[in-house]
Design a protein around this ligand. Structure first.
Ligand code: AMP
Length: 205
């Protein structure tokens, strides 16, 4: 498995808009978007792994760390093998991982974190509404149930929020997640292009 993958983390509560922004930025040459939620939802539901995912996600819980990181490594390797991700000249935009301190530690030997974009929305009720609305559209049955959503937000608070303290505070940029998607995009790009430029323009190795 390659190491020192030059990465930007999209960080923030469920429903805050990481996926929307990640997809747009991932369409820009030099950026590759990898959302672990999409990775899991892409598993065959009848497979053992697919069943394992449903077991946890349907309760609003995280899939165990070891399994998540092993799958993530295989997935990244698949992107490399199929030339969808070129570690020497692309920046990896990680959305939804690491989601626990243990995952951050497991990823330390694989990624260099150039920037952490922390999307912030203090209005939890607005997030809940947004997640309910997208549940059908995006095939996320777990988000149709308000109790599961509330559990997801609690898990974020208990297990994911502490991940920020694992990284150098100077890499973290807080961005207000309320506003026009275009405006939020502009702010994110302003803070990641300066750190991504070297990777994209001067391929490593
Ligand atoms: P998301 O689409 O990012 O909200 O993820 C949907 C579900 O996938 C989560 O509720 C978790 O069950 C699982 N999941 C996604 N990313 C991770 C991760 N890094 N660690 C553990 N579970 C994850």
């Amino acid at each position: 498995m390659a190491h020192n993958l030059q990465s930007v983390l999209l960080f923030g509560q469920p429903g805050v808009g990481k996926g929307t922004q990640g997809e747009i930025i991932g369409s820009i040459p030099g950026f590759v978007h990898l959302a672990t939620g999409d990775m899991f939802r892409g598993l065959d539901r009848d497979s053992e792994l697919g069943q394992e995912f449903i077991k946890y996600s349907s309760q609003g819980l995280l899939v165990p760390d070891e399994l998540t990181c092993r799958l993530w490594q295989q997935y990244v390797q698949g992107l490399i093998d199929t030339n969808q991700y070129r570690p020497n000249s692309d920046v990896l935009l990680l959305d939804g991982i690491p989601r626990s301190v243990a995952q951050a530690e497991l990823l330390d030997s694989h990624i260099d974190v150039l920037r952490i974009i922390h999307l912030v929305c203090p209005d939890t009720d607005a997030l809940v509404e947004r997640m309910k609305k997208r549940a059908d559209k995006q095939g996320r049955p777990d988000d149709a149930d308000e109790d599961v959503i509330r559990r997801r937000l609690q898990v974020y608070h208990d297990e994911t929020q502490p991940v920020l303290a694992h990284y150098d505070p100077s890499t973290v940029v807080e961005i207000d997640a309320i506003g026009l998607p275009g405006e939020i995009l502009q702010k994110i790009l302003n803070s990641i292009i300066p750190v991504a430029r070297d990777v994209i323009q001067n391929p490593l190795g």
